[in-house]
Design a protein around this ligand. Structure first.
Ligand code: GLN
Length: 391
């Protein structure tokens, strides 16, 4: 057989997706893959029904339907205060997943270095490798998951051409402060680097924390590529509608890469999703309230069960890292398989998110509705049966 692409050799299957399969296999409550279980907004469902009959059923313009791009520009300006040109500064992609890869392919060359905070959302490593770049990891240290500015600077000194910033952060739950964002912005400017953000949890932030977009900081518009999606904000992860926003020079490259890879995201789903972008501020307040309730229910429940989490309260996103050090497992993967099989709850091994060797954490998400979370907590009360005798 002819040789395969050597760049793909270090890639493994996604642990997030595999653990969801393991959960299904054992009929466990899947708290592995992070997705909500409530419906998208009614206005979107109604539009989908209308468009099913009226169309369009053929290709959209590759970089995204004009209606959707205009709505994205309106929404972005309303929330971030930065005007966006829907013609020259937006590409609609197949989820933020594609947006991140296209962003990287647009600015890095094979051999370039890309700085990534660890723990990190598992796609960032493979994305960098597919783009031919070498990741340079910067630790976010437990229990606060703050970064050390000197270590960020060291990554830039090593030549990192871009920094990937997931904010709010999956899986650490950080929502970076204004001061932290200013520090990162200053370093990116000092070392003339790109910042590629993943902001899919931008509307799932817990007060008093607030979301700060890198692109909106002074001097950062021209060097920031913002990746986000409709998945989490409008509970439509299966629609795979994401986007990237950036300066025209980057977007003109990104449009070409996106076009040749996918031709475009589904036209019917882009059209149907468009009214979501014009929902009033109350929609976002209610989304936030929903997640505050889920977070409180789940974290208080874990607390009552004396389950230790890596930090007291996530600041954003809907993940929590649970400390399993006391259970005596040599492998967090084995722990997660046992948790699905014997306790009936699906989780993701924490080591999948860390560059440094880590074996004491698992990731659970609390995006599910309250009845599901209550049921999961009942099952987790049995977690102590996984405790192994210590020698
Ligand atoms: N972002 C979600 C998570 O971290 C879903 C990932 C995925 O499978 N696309 O679980």
């Amino acid at each position: 057989m002819p040789a395969l692409n050597h760049r793909a050799e270090p890639l493994s299957d996604s642990w997030i997706r595999s653990m969801t399969q393991v959960s299904r296999q054992h009929e466990a409550i899947d708290l592995a893959q992070g997705f909500p279980d409530h419906q998208p907004p009614q206005v979107v469902l109604d539009e989908l029904a209308r468009i099913a009959h009226d169309g369009p059923h053929q290709y959209a313009i590759s970089c995204g339907s004009p209606r959707l791009r205009e709505a994205l520009a309106r929404k972005q300006e309303a929330f971030r205060g930065t005007p966006v040109d829907p013609e020259r500064e937006i590409v609609v992609t197949c989820g933020a997943t594609e947006a991140m890869l296209v962003a990287l392919l647009s600015v890095v060359n094979p051999g370039d270095k890309v700085a990534i905070f660890t723990p990190y959302y598992e796609n960032f490593g493979p994305d960098s490798i597919i783009a031919g770049a070498t990741p340079v990891y910067i630790p976010l240290r437990e229990p606060t998951f703050e970064f050390d500015a000197d270590e960020v600077e060291a990554a830039f000194k090593k030549g990192a051409k871009a920094l990937i910033l997931c904010n709010p952060s999956n899986p650490s739950g950080r929502s970076f402060t204004h001061h932290e964002m200013d520090v990162l912005a200053a370093l990116a400017q000092k070392y003339d680097a790109w910042v590629i953000t993943d902001e899919v949890y931008e509307h799932i932030v817990y007060p008093p924390h607030e979301h700060i977009s890198m692109a909106a900081l002074p001097g950062m518009w021209d060097r920031t590529i913002t990746c986000s999606s409709l998945s989490k904000t409008y509970s439509m992860t299966g629609w795979r509608i994401g986007y990237l926003i950036g300066p025209p020079a980057v977007v003109s490259v990104a449009k070409k890469i996106h076009d040749f890879v996918t031709v475009g995201a589904s036209s019917i789903l882009q059209e149907a999703a468009t009214p979501a972008l014009d929902l009033p501020p109350e929609y976002y307040a209610s989304l936030q309230e929903t997640y505050i309730q889920r977070r409180d229910l789940f974290l208080n429940g874990l607390d009552d069960l004396k389950v230790t989490t890596s930090r007291t309260e996530p600041e954003g996103g809907y993940y929590v890292l649970v400390d399993i050090a006391d259970y005596g497992y040599d492998s967090d993967e084995d722990f997660c398989v046992d948790l699905a099989e014997k306790v009936g709850v699906g989780a993701v091994p924490g080591s999948m998110f860390f560059h440094e060797p880590t074996n004491h954490l698992i990731r659970l998400n609390f995006a599910r509705d309250e009845a599901v979370l209550t049921n999961a907590l009942n099952r987790l009360s049995e977690m102590s049966k996984l405790r192994r005798a210590r020698f």
